[in-house]
Ligand binder design. Structure first.
Ligand code: ZN
Length: 454
């Protein structure tokens, strides 16, 4: 059994001093005591570690390589697509495992306590399934075994190339499953999850309105009666126009009317919504899974966070393309996007809570909901997903409570995160992952093997 003793900790009731947190052998928090005598491992400031609710791990290997334009000056996605297709021709299960473990290690070092992997690369080059149909999912699960990252795996159902149910292009065939084959794959991945760490979980992800048949989308929650359901929604203008033209409604309006959206759902991006859609979707109880760094990188647009939160909406944070993995920077980018659009300051603060505190509280709560994980609170029964901020650093010197959170998010970076636990697994110590040497060596080997495709 481990005990962590924090000079100060953020509890569900607020900031507390002299907090002793006992963990049980499974990785859950057993007891929490305030004003307790010092015992166990002493840390200056202890926080719940948020969930990263949206990642495509393999895209980390492409980060930084898609910043040029192709021959068509109006097509800013050209280099991204070309690279993606070249890359997809080459990725093996071994590469997926190495890259995923590396990404999860970086997430842990950034302060995330669990990760939701939106996993859509299922098959061999050419599109034939592997002998083990869930081979790639199994590799993601194996990676989390090495990195110690708490995993919620979302096998992705990706069937069509557009709302008209056109076939997948050559670059998409490794993602493709008809609904029946997808159910077989999902069941196989579920079996592997059952044998993995006790906090590992599975949900499901219809990729987007464009990639799954209309009738299947309408029945999705009934087909998969338990676990979280995630879907990309209303990310780019072209997607809004396609859905509107094909199905006669904007994506969010269509999904609200036909898909029974509720608290099981997490909709990723939601950067293209009218004020009316924003209010209605927020009130549905679904979580908005925001990926502000990727949304900036791809030029998606700005999520209407002010209106969403005013309507009681839940938010969570993800790193999506993994072009950069930084918890503090995701939160800062989200708030700065609101300020730039509205020409305001501290856009998401309330009279009671500073911006950093509000954002942190919201993503803890939304991340727990979107991953179906008992986390986000330092209280008995929750998984011990915890992070330690170094308030002895010169960057946080003299800062306490909400001010320390604000300083970390707006004036610091993830180097202030010294220790991270995922379901009690103490994977990051003094800022570095305990398996860093091995995971990094495996990643470099994979990058060497892929070099001529990148
Ligand atoms: Zn995504």
């Amino acid at each position: 059994m481990q005990t962590i003793w924090a000079e100060t900790a953020l509890l569900p009731t607020g900031w507390a001093c002299g907090v002793a947190v006992d963990l049980d052998a499974m990785g859950r928090i057993q007891t929490v005591a305030e004003n307790a005598p010092e015992r166990g491992m002493r840390v200056p400031m202890l926080l719940p570690a948020p969930v990263n609710v949206h990642s495509h791990a393999f895209q980390r290997a492409m980060a930084g390589l898609t910043e040029r334009r192709g021959p068509d000056p109006t097509d800013s996605f050209w280099t991204w697509r070309q690279l993606m297709f070249r890359f997809l021709d080459r990725l093996t299960p071994e590469h997926i495992e190495a890259i995923t473990a590396f990404v999860q290690m970086e997430m842990l070092e950034a302060g995330y306590g669990a990760s939701v992997e939106f996993h859509y690369l299922h098959h061999q080059p050419g599109g034939a399934p592997y002998d083990t149909i869930a081979e790639m999912s199994d590799r993601v699960i194996a990676a989390s075994g090495l990195s110690g990252m708490g995993l919620c795996l979302l096998p992705v159902h990706y069937q069509f190339g557009g709302c008209d149910q056109r076939a997948l292009t050559i670059g998409q065939v490794r993602f493709g499953n008809g609904f029946d084959q997808f159910q077989v794959l999902h069941a196989a991945a579920s079996t592997t999850i059952d044998a993995a760490a006790p906090d590992a979980a599975i949900g499901v992800a219809p990729h987007s309105l464009r990639a799954v048949g209309r009738d299947d989308l309408k029945r999705y929650a009934a087909h998969f009666p338990s676990g979280p359901i995630h879907m990309h929604l209303a990310e780019q203008v072209a997607e809004v126009e396609e859905v509107q033209q094909a199905w006669g409604a904007r994506p969010v309006d269509w999904a609200l009317e036909h898909m029974g959206l509720d608290g099981r759902w997490c909709l990723i991006h939601c950067t293209q919504m009218t004020p009316q859609e924003t209010g209605a979707l927020a009130r549905s109880g679904a979580v908005a899974g925001l990926c502000p760094i990727t949304e900036s990188s791809l030029g998606d647009g700005i999520f209407d966070g002010v209106r969403w939160l005013d309507n009681g909406g839940a938010i969570a944070i993800g790193s999506d393309s993994n072009i950069r993995i930084s918890l503090s920077e995701e939160l800062r980018t989200l708030d700065y996007s609101q300020r730039l659009r509205d020409r305001t300051r501290a856009a998401l603060a309330t009279p009671e809570k500073s911006t950093g505190r509000r954002l942190f509280d919201e993503v803890l709560k939304g991340g727990a909901q979107a991953s179906g994980r008992q986390t986000g609170r330092i209280e008995a029964g929750a998984w011990a997903d915890l992070l330690c901020l170094d308030t002895t650093s010169e960057h946080l010197w003299g800062r306490t409570g909400d001010t320390a959170l604000d300083t970390w998010i707006f004036a610091g970076d993830d180097r202030l995160v010294t220790d991270v636990w995922s379901a009690g697994r103490h994977m990051v110590r003094d800022g570095l992952h305990i398996q860093r040497a091995r995971i990094t060596a495996d990643y470099k080997r994979a990058m060497d093997a892929l070099r001529d495709a990148l």
